[in-house]
Design a protein around this ligand. Structure first.
Ligand code: BZD
Length: 797
């Protein structure tokens, strides 16, 4: 597409789709016009792929997830369609700022963190690989809350991304599916009729997901909840104005908000309803598509693979059995077999508080037939395995992890260590019964968004050096290794990183009014705020460093900028205190004349996908410091490495694999192993002993305790200091000394600029394996048993 054609397309949509002329158009109008112009190009490719999937009778992958954290879509689409040049030229011609347009798009924040972002990376990789796949999610009206700080405290505000028109979706009112809840069951022999007492409608909204070079496109289908009967005109005419709108409001509640809980189970009824609503609509849609192509349901596992993203859609098993058995008349055991061979389940956490359970009373009330089928599934599993105590339904609850396991043919962990821990802890007994079921698929991230798009300087250097094949064959980044020995090339690498740091410094100055020196170490910890991720350990180290500088301000300290980002779950008081503490520390430290040349603390609010794209390319040091055994994988860790940051981290999640790939000598390792954590935790008084043994730690804790960062309220952080002193389940104190040591190793290493840059470049060269293309290939081979469509390279046409 030429620039002139692009310009014409933008102007056409500005006038005829957006209904504005160039004189009155605002940034929003220009963005919509550009989005529609780009979307037109995508749609042709998307149809072509969809037609091919049908014509070639290909097996399809269905990715069921309550979360898709996709972020902005415009730049992604432009880059994958290779339209940057024509768009940039056209915008220049029209006198429109590219940055301003890109920044105007709201993030689609339909996820909490890693699990939701993984789903988004997977969608992009599936499209890039030419794998016929469809994502199913919920079209939340309000995504993850917006975070603001008020006197350093987190304040949550509703996120309303659908307040303005959304350029990327197509409403499909013709795809409307009835979803029932409650009511009663009438059994007829083994089968039953379910008569729900409440029925809602799931309406589809489709977003095309386009792969690299537009070679393939898939669909993300998001369900919106609608009332069976809309506005009650009779009631309205009787003068009952508010009540007339009630059914509508009730139904809409279901797709209104994303639960902001990551890693906790709230056990709320609305959440269970969301889960069933999402899953039932998706299963119906999958079966309808299957039955339009094939007439034998026994073929289902050959033609469809259903992946459930954690247990949130785990009701898929019983629901599929219900339709196959009750509605289609397939024998119960055979129905279970078909469902199992179709479904597989990904586990994302071993934290006990995150494992979903539903009370039998609630489940029985809301899903009476499913409750009966779960008992029969348990019964069948007992007979199959000769066991008696491994039920999904026990102790008055339905355990969704067990249900997910029993109803899947494969269960996967998301990093090597995590998968081994699954086998030896949470799923130990089930694993012994089904040793073939658990497999590992180490997570990955899409290099299109997480290198090419977010880091154009580094990407250009890479492409100038080895060509652009790396973009969809990220293992090619290995070819950069010889360049890391070339001083001239390392200078260019350093220049790219430095320019990224200057950009970030300017942004920090403009938006937060904090001045930071781009020559400092940019040390970044961005992720959800959680005790197991140990932001407080980082804060303690920051305090200890600050105190040390104050003791001796002229000792030639290595300057650091400590950057934090992340949201705390609104009811998680401890996490919110960590946020508050970080902000209080920033206030004190950034204005300390003795130390501010050497140390700054920066906490931009509202960490999201777009902010990650801004921060990660500018990082020198990536903080991956979770208590060993607690972070299933991490994916931020991969993004940092790929962008040439060094990691300080524990042997947890995918850190283990990152360290193996980049080389132990190029990784700042510290802390206990998962096994050591388990034994050490059992020793009474571990925290007190660690504090007594490390005066730096003792002083840092005492500084918080005595109100050093909250003079107006000295007791403010007693929750944190008391917990660390007396309980410290996540072993912050026991790991602190070694963490401090590793941080000083970082200082020493940073002093040798050229050597640091060489190691940073090695990180980029050696982490291509963490492409989600590799992950998806793994699922295709080990879990889904599916092949991609051969692709035609359009760029060559
Ligand atoms: O999944 C995360 C893990 O904590 C990470 O280690 C891992 O890298 C990613 C991807 O596999 N888990 C989550 O993000 N979990 C949730 O977001 C979540 C959401 C709702 C309820 C429970 C957990």
């Amino acid at each position: 597409m030429t620039s002139a054609e692009m310009k014409a397309a933008i102007l056409h949509h500005l006038v005829y789709t957006q209904g504005k002329d160039a004189v009155t158009a605002k940034t929003y109008d220009w963005r919509m016009a550009l989005s529609y112009a780009v979307r037109d190009k995508i749609v042709d490719r998307w149809f072509e792929a969809t037609r091919r999937a049908y014509a070639e009778k290909r097996k399809r992958v269905y990715y069921l997830s309550l979360e898709f954290l996709i972020g902005r879509l415009l730049k992604d689409a432009i880059i994958n369609m290779r339209l940057e040049e024509s768009v940039l030229d056209a915008l220049k011609d029209l006198g429109i700022e590219w940055e301003e347009i890109i920044e105007d798009e709201p993030d689609a924040a339909l996820g909490n963190g890693g699990l939701g972002r993984l789903a988004a990376c997977f969608m992009e990789s599936q499209a890039t690989l030419g794998l016929p796949a469809m994502g199913y999610g919920i079209r939340y009206e309000n995504g993850l809350f917006r975070q603001r700080f008020e006197d350093g405290r987190q304040v949550e505000e509703p996120e309303d991304w659908l307040n303005q028109a959304h350029a990327w979706e197509f409403a499909r009112p013709e795809v409307s599916i009835d979803i029932g809840f409650g009511g009663h069951v009438q059994e007829i022999g083994s089968r039953a009729n379910w008569y729900p007492s409440e029925v809602l409608i799931a309406r589809a909204h489709d977003t095309p997901v386009i792969g690299w070079k537009g070679r393939w496109g898939n669909t993300l289908r998001l369900w919106e909840a609608r009332p069976m009967h809309g506005f009650d005109l009779a009631r309205f005419n009787r003068g009952d104005h508010t009540a007339a709108a009630e059914p509508e409001a009730m139904a809409r509640t279901l797709s209104r908000v994303l639960y902001p809980d990551d890693h906790t189970e709230q056990g709320k009824e609305l959440r269970l309803k969301q889960e069933f609503f999402h899953t039932a609509a998706s299963i119906r849609d999958i079966l309808r598509r299957f039955e339009s192509e094939y007439d034998d349901l026994r073929l289902l596992p050959k033609k469809a693979a259903i992946q459930i993203n954690d247990t949130h859609p785990a009701i898929a098993g019983p629901e599929l059995v219900r339709i196959l058995h009750d509605e289609r008349g397939i024998d119960f055991e055979e129905a279970v077999g078909i469902a199992r061979n179709t479904i597989s389940y990904t586990n994302h956490t071993l934290l006990p508080e995150a494992l979903e359970t539903w009370g039998e009373a609630r489940m029985g009330r809301l899903l009476p037939r499913h409750m009966q089928l779960i008992d029969r599934i348990d019964d069948l599993h007992r007979r199959e395995t000769g066991t008696h105590d491994l039920n999904a339904h026990h102790d008055g609850k339905v355990h969704m992890g067990t249900l997910g396991f029993i109803m899947a043919h494969k269960v996967n962990g998301v990093a090597a260590l995590h998968t081994e821990l699954m086998k030896s802890t949470v799923f130990k007994d089930l694993h012994e019964l089904h040793p073939e079921k658990i497999v590992n698929e180490t997570n990955g991230v899409t290099p299109r968004r997480w290198l090419l798009s977010c880091n154009p300087r580094l990407s250009s250097l890479i492409t100038d050096s080895i060509g652009d094949n790396w973009v969809d064959h990220a293992e090619d980044l290995k070819k950069l290794e010889p360049f890391t020995e070339d001083a001239g090339w390392i200078e260019k690498f350093t220049a790219a990183k430095h320019a990224n740091k200057v950009d970030l410094s300017n942004w920090i100055a403009e938006t937060l009014e904090i001045s930071v020196d781009p020559d400092s170490i940019f040390d970044i910890q961005v992720k959800r705020i959680h005790e197991y991720k140990r932001q407080h350990m980082n804060l303690l180290e920051t305090i200890a460093y600050w105190l040390e500088i104050r003791d001796n301000p002229n000792a030639g300290w290595t300057p650091r900028v400590k950057i934090f980002g992340g949201k705390a779950f609104p009811n998680y008081i401890y996490a919110k205190e960590m946020v508050h503490l970080a902000n209080d520390m920033a206030k004190v430290m950034n204005s300390d004349p003795l130390t501010s040349r050497f140390l700054k603390v920066v906490f931009p609010p509202n960490y999201n996908v777009s902010l990650a794209e801004r921060l990660i390319p500018a990082a020198d040091l990536s903080e991956q410091i979770s208590t060993a055994g607690k972070e299933a994988s991490g994916t931020g860790n991969m993004k940092f490495s790929l962008n040439g940051a060094l990691t300080i981290g524990t042997l947890d999640g995918a850190n283990v694999e990152i360290r193996e790939l980049v080389g132990a000598e190029n990784f700042f390792l510290f802390g206990m192993t998962a096994e050591e954590v388990m034994t050490h935790r059992a020793e009474a008084g571990h925290a007190a002993r660690a504090i007594a043994a490390d005066p730096r730690l003792a002083r840092a804790l005492e500084t918080i305790r005595s109100g050093g960062f909250s003079p107006e309220e000295p007791g403010r952080y007693h929750m944190i200091t008391d917990n660390l002193t007396h309980h410290d389940y996540f072993m912050v104190c026991s790991d602190f000394t070694d963490y401090w040591r590793a941080q000083r190793d970082v200082d020493a290493a940073f002093a040798d600029k050229a050597e640091w840059a060489r190691v940073a470049a090695l990180n980029t060269a050696r982490t291509g394996w963490f492409s989600s293309d590799r992950t998806i290939r793994g699922y295709m081979r080990d879990v889904w048993d599916v092949e991609a469509a051969p692709l035609v390279d359009l760029a060559a046409e």
